[in-house]
Design a protein around this ligand. Structure first.
Ligand code: NAG
Ligand code: NAG
Ligand code: NAG
Ligand code: NAG
Ligand code: NAG
Ligand code: NAG
Length: 503
């Protein structure tokens, strides 16, 4: 409307031109209240999510497209325009709207980081497009989560008590703030801050290292690198089995199934016990006096403890005499390390040793039988002794061998004894009478077989009435108290038994 007062001059000299210029003129006139609104200053989105960039226009429009540009100046790139083919990830929020030029960018990527401008172009006089209005720009940042952490260890295995360095890397994250924690199983390990380096535009990589002192039981242990970043709601973990880097050398022990020396021609079994090793690459061989005679091929290692392994190899040797003193060696090469060996010497018993061995073996084997035999013999001996004793006592009772002499008062037995026991005929008698003897009656009963000795006292008794004198060369009178007489006799009689040793 304001242009009209100027126009009459133009229309005067170029009417057709007026018609041509009327349209842009009217547009320029309509563009006066045109407003472009780009409300977002900053937008951040996680990588992979959809980015929304808002832009609305109002007021009377002018001919010319609305476009989205990334960057300004020489660095600009057209992200969206109605004509032309937009990148596949970009779509209009409200299709074919004349006022809402909001766009979505699917699957945001770190390279989407930048400042975006919503721009209204108008047709220039030259027929091209010129910038008519532009928004204040929206700064887009894409939170990119790190790639899954990867833990790497040394290329060589190491043994217990050795320190080993491990590295954890993750990349492609934005922003650059990141935290890294290390764990061995559940135990936290202290580490330095991760090193963060820029990798491509608006994307970072990090590297964290840690030193671990290996232990024998670490075959089952796990090293964990735990990464936390703004772009990831949960922590990301990288794992590393310490068994990949641990080497535990075996202990080697050679034992035999029987003690040395061994009898000739017997079989000696040597056992090589290789235990507590990791990894399972182990080669076991046997040497006889330093010469290889056997290589273990059949046995597979079995579980020992704490993830460590064990293996047994056996060697059977016939103990021929030539092998006396031979050395049998178990040679173990574990995981391409220096060989470990252990030896045993085969001793063969000499014949006399064999006898001893045999005797002792039989003794040990037949001990029971020997005890039984000994007991039986003992019983037999006792039995024989008892029988002999019984026979002997019987004989003694029979009085054959031990006749008893008795002293009688002369009046009673003088007639009977004078003929039988002539004083000259008397044998020496021992008058040690058993006080406890209660067999006097029986002795009397056996009087026929008994020998009686009579000591005759003088016809005219001496002063000692009560004593009978015997020839002291011959007999001793017992000092035992008076015995009851075998038969009722006069009180003045004294009896004494006399044992006459058998001749
Ligand atoms: C951006 O545009 C979308 C679609 O028109 C709308 O739903 C949303 O509310 C807008 N956001 C802002 C911050 O203007
Ligand atoms: C965009 O870049 C082109 C050339 O690279 C330039 O001619 C044009 O003027 C730029 N546009 C803006 C809005 O900076
Ligand atoms: C950065 O991390 C990415 C993704 O993990 C990887 O592809 C790239 O090689 C890394 N760059 C450097 C320099 O480490
Ligand atoms: C042991 O064996 C060899 C051959 O087998 C034989 O000649 C030798 O007599 C044997 N020795 C004994 C003590 O048995
Ligand atoms: C066995 O080991 C010892 C050292 O422990 C070594 O001197 C010897 O040579 C080894 N023997 C064999 C047969 O390898
Ligand atoms: C084996 O050697 C040992 C020691 O030299 C010796 O005592 C033993 O008698 C030998 N045995 C035989 C069967 O020769």
């Amino acid at each position: 409307m304001e242009l009209h007062p100027r126009d009459p001059g133009r229309t005067a000299w170029a009417l057709p031109c007026l018609l041509l210029l009327a349209l842009p003129g009217a547009g320029a006139q309509g563009g006066q209240d045109f407003k472009l609104h780009q409300p977002q200053d900053k937008v951040s989105v996680k990588a992979g999510e959809t980015l929304t960039l808002n832009c609305t226009v109002s007021g009377s429009s002018v001919p010319g497209p609305v476009k989205w540009l990334k960057g300004w100046g020489t660095e600009n790139r057209t992200i969206y325009e109605d004509t032309g083919s937009a990148p596949p990830r970009v779509t209009r929020a409200v299709k074919e709207s004349d006022t809402d030029f909001t766009i979505h960018i699917r699957d945001a990527q770190p390279e989407d980081v930048g400042t975006y401008y919503c721009v209204k172009f108008r047709k220039s006089l030259s027929g091209g497009n010129e910038v008519f209005r532009r928004g204040s720009g929206t700064e887009v940042s894409v939170l990119a989560k790190p790639s899954p952490p990867i833990v790497s260890g040394p290329s060589q295995r190491a043994g217990p008590r050795q320190s080993v360095a491990f590295n954890c890397t993750a990349g492609g994250f934005f922003p650059e703030n990141i935290s890294v924690k290390w764990f061995k199983d559940k135990t936290s390990i202290s580490s330095q801050l991760p090193q963060v380096t820029e990798w491509r535009e608006k994307s970072y990589n990090m590297s964290s290292s840690v030193t671990v002192v290996l232990e024998e039981g670490d075959v089952l242990s796990q090293l964990i690198c735990e990464v936390q970043h703004l772009a990831s709601s949960s922590s990301l973990k990288g794992m590393y089995q310490l068994s990949r880097v641990l080497r535990v050398s075996p202990s080697v022990d050679v034992s035999t199934n029987q003690t040395s020396p061994i009898e000739v021609n017997k079989t000696m079994k040597f056992t090589c016990h290789v235990k507590g090793f990791y990894p399972e690459t182990v080669a076991v061989s046997w040497l006889e006096n330093g010469v290889k005679i056997k290589e273990e091929k059949d046995s597979r290692p079995s579980m020992f403890r704490q993830g460590l392994l064990e293996l047994k190899s056996q060697l059977e040797v016939q103990a021929t005499e030539e092998k006396n003193g031979s050395m049998f060696t178990c040679l173990v090469v574990h995981d391409a390390q220096a060989p470990v060996n252990q030896s045993a010497i085969l001793w063969i018993a000499s014949p006399d040793q064999q006898g001893q061995n045999k005797g002792s073996q039989i003794y040990s084997v037949n001990l029971l039988i020997y005890i039984v035999v000994a007991v039986v013999c003992l019983v037999l001996v006792l039995l024989v002794a008892a029988i002999l004793y019984l026979i002997r006592t019987k004989q003694m009772k029979a009085g054959k061998s031990s006749p008893t002499a008795r002293l009688h008062e002369p009046e009673k037995s003088s007639e009977a004894t004078t003929q039988e026991s002539d004083p000259n005929n008397l044998t020496y008698a021992d008058l040690n009478f058993d006080k406890e003897r209660k067999t006097i009656r029986r002795m009397v009963e056996m009087s026929q077989q008994s020998e009686y000795a009579c000591i005759q006292t003088n016809q005219a008794p001496n002063g000692d009435d009560n004593l009978t004198y015997a020839d002291l060369d011959m007999v001793h009178l017992s000092k035992a108290p008076k015995r009851p007489a075998p038969r009722p006799e006069e009180a003045s009689s004294e009896y004494a038994s006399v044992q006459i040793p058998r001749k």
